[in-house]
Design a protein around this ligand. Structure first.
Ligand code: CUA
Length: 367
């Protein structure tokens, strides 16, 4: 009596639990609520990968249920009843062994057909005349995006035109040439990361020493969130990506804006700020490129700041660019704000409060 009651409770719990799980999977997702949902594709690359998943996943579910079911049957039906009786042994049964070799082989061969077709489909290079190219470098801890055809760099944010294939080149050799012709490589760049914007494409590892490519494409304008997907150090989780898709005409406007160098500011405070970030001041230009700044060295240790104020977020896309107080705290002590950040703290003895205000005033002119 007691045993059957316990069984009934177990069965009911399992049923309710199973229903909750199934229902939880049914909700449609809104991009703002689930920005990292890999099952809500927003472009043809992610769609092709999702289509493949839609074939493989149900097959995997059926196999899971059959195998786990068989295990449960075996565990309960053939359990030790204390009578010392062994169940019938099937070891060495040729027919069974052939059967459970052939069935998985046929299933795997069946799954291989759409899988290999999708792999070849996605490995194809989009037509160079109809795509844009972006070179990606994983830094500690932010993503650097170079638009090689236009010759400018951004960080954290990659702007792309809608309905256009974007060929990403994950550049495993972060050596770069400075404007004076000298070459430089930051040893801190030699770390494995993984580039992942789930709603646009699957992930691709960034591996120092290897060049790898990935295509992604967005159907609709919007901001698509991503994150580094390979543990790379203390701020791995703070290494975020914003892919901002714009209509092609708006994208062209953005490119024109980014292609411009920074201008020397008119305001007095901002002009002082321009000097402070220069070689005679706090020497920010030693690590950051600011095209158009008189002391620019084209340094690529930190993010390019030429159009800092045009971005939405900074520091690996974790802080709002418009937040003056956050920016102040960041410059004062970056590793405090983002663990493991490579930028040195600039205390009051390096930059006074007034000077810091001037620097922020200058950064606000970098649109
Ligand atoms: Cu970069 Cu994890």
């Amino acid at each position: 009596m007691v045993a059957s009651h316990r069984k009934a409770i177990l069965a009911r719990t399992a049923l309710v639990g199973g229903m909750v799980l199934v229902l939880a999977a049914c909700g449609r997702t809104d991009i703002s609520e689930y920005p990292l949902d890999a099952l809500s594709p927003d472009g043809p690359v992610a769609q092709a990968q999702d289509d493949l998943w839609s074939i493989v996943f149900p097959i995997a579910v059926v196999i899971f249920v059959l195998v786990e079911g068989a295990i449960l049957v075996a565990v309960f039906k053939f359990r030790d009843r204390g009578d010392g009786q062994l169940p019938k042994q099937v070891e060495g049964n040729t027919r069974l062994e052939i059967l459970w070799t052939i069935i998985p082989a046929v299933i795997l061969a069946g799954i291989a057909v759409p899988t290999v077709a999708t792999i070849f489909d996605l490995a194809g290079e989009p037509d160079p005349d109809e795509r844009i190219d972006v070179t990606v470098v994983g830094k500690q801890f932010f993503w650097q995006f170079e638009y090689p055809d236009e010759g400018f760099f951004t960080a954290n944010e990659m702007v792309i035109p809608t309905d256009t294939p974007v060929r990403l080149h994950l550049d495993g050799d972060p050596t770069y040439e400075r404007p004076d012709g000298s070459e430089f490589a930051d040893p801190d760049d030699l770390v494995v990361h993984s580039f992942w914007v789930p709603r646009l494409a699957g992930k691709m590892d960034y591996v120092p020493g290897h060049d790898r490519s990935l295509t992604l494409q967005a159907d609709e304008p919007g901001t698509y969130k991503g994150n580094c997907a390979e543990f790379c150090g203390l701020s791995h989780a703070n290494m975020r990506i914003n892919v901002i898709a714009k209509e092609p005409a708006e994208y062209e406007e953005w490119v024109a804006q980014m292609s411009e160098p920074a201008e020397s500011p008119d305001g007095e405070a901002a002009a002082r700020g321009e000097q402070i970030v220069g070689a005679e001041g706090a020497n920010c230009v030693q690590c950051h490129a600011i095209r158009g700044h008189p002391d620019n060295q084209g340094a690529r240790i930190g993010p390019d700041l030429t159009h800092f104020n045009a971005r939405e977020e900074f520091a690996g896309a974790i802080f709002d660019v418009d937040d003056d107080e956050q920016l102040r705290q960041w410059i004062r002590n970056p590793p405090e704000e983002k663990p493991g950040a490579q930028m040195n703290p600039f205390g009051p003895q390096a930059i006074s409060d007034d000077e810091l205000d001037d620097v922020i005033e200058y950064l606000r002119t970098l649109d």
